[in-house]
Design a protein around this ligand. Sequence first.
Ligand SMILES: NC(=O)c1ccc[n+]([C@@H]2O[C@H](COP(=O)([O-])OP(=O)(O)OC[C@H]3O[C@@H](n4cnc5c(N)ncnc54)[C@H](OP(=O)(O)O)[C@@H]3O)[C@@H](O)[C@H]2O)c1
Length: 301
Amino acid sequence: MSRGRASRILILGANGQLGVELQRCFAGYESVVSLGRDRCDLADFSQIRRAITDAQPEIVLNAAAYTAVDRAETEHDLALRINGEAAGVLAEETRKISALLVHYSTDYVFDGSKTTPWLEEDPPAPLNVYGSTKLEGERRIAQAGGKYLIFRTSWVFSLHGQNFLRTMLRLGGERDQLRIVNDQTGAPTSALAIATATREVLDRTSFEGPEGVESSGIYHMTCAGHTTWCEFAQAIFQRARNSRQQGWAPVTGIPSSEYPTPAVRPKNSILSNERLQTRFGVQLPTWESALDQTLLAVRAT
Ligand SMILES: NC(=O)c1ccc[n+]([C@@H]2O[C@H](COP(=O)([O-])OP(=O)(O)OC[C@H]3O[C@@H](n4cnc5c(N)ncnc54)[C@H](OP(=O)(O)O)[C@@H]3O)[C@@H](O)[C@H]2O)c1
């Protein structure tokens, strides 16, 4: 048994992209309780408290979030309740029972103005409501004073739910040509890579006692390398062509100004993962190999 291995795990947001992969990656643990929104709605704080009381977890993996980035511009209160206030309640409840809270945040806490990869200590300055509510969640978790890990990730994709990969595979079959933004740079990161890295961190490190508090903090957790949305789309279609899957179309790059969205996105979303590597010895695969691995699952079905 590895040194950090806990026996009671509670996964929230179990039906999202990341939640599904966390369930797979932690399936071998002794006791895993997985709750989707139907069984634990984060907008109802009494449900959060009840879930923690019932499960008495040593670790809570919170994959639940309000992730509709554009809709958040007009649903500020709901986004804040789930991403900000509920994260704070979770942190309070986990602190009371000395459990570790593992929470996920986003590259969208930054304004994208830097020309080099963002470090954890760089000042956040979100450009959109979603980013500001996620930042509020980070702050509330840190303020609660318990044991926590906040993994900031970016451009999450998987074969579940709504994401760029699935949108491209669908549109590639419907359209003759696609125009995709080519002036936002970041690291597409598979939900599988995040779940795997989360497990590696927890398996390698003990969060018991003072070590748990010392290791608490924010860590960037994205796939290695970086690209633009346009190049990401081209990489998806290249692979679809090579495997003769249906659904690919020529892609033309356009500036963000030609694809206006309610929420403004940062131009540079690249996060440095050095702290994660130094502290836990954990490194995610390149985004290209994470994409290959994810698409392998399509071919297997
Ligand atoms: N997606 C990205 O590109 C991205 C980028 C950076 C960071 N992140 C962060 O990574 C984490 C995982 O995101 P993801 O990509 O897995 O998102 P996702 O696929 O949208 O999953 C989010 C899950 O949260 C659930 N949820 C929403 N409101 C809830 C509520 N009130 N109570 C309980 N559950 C609720 C959703 O339930 P329903 O299925 O019922 O809606 C969904 O299952 C989040 O913290 C997100 O902010 C994501």
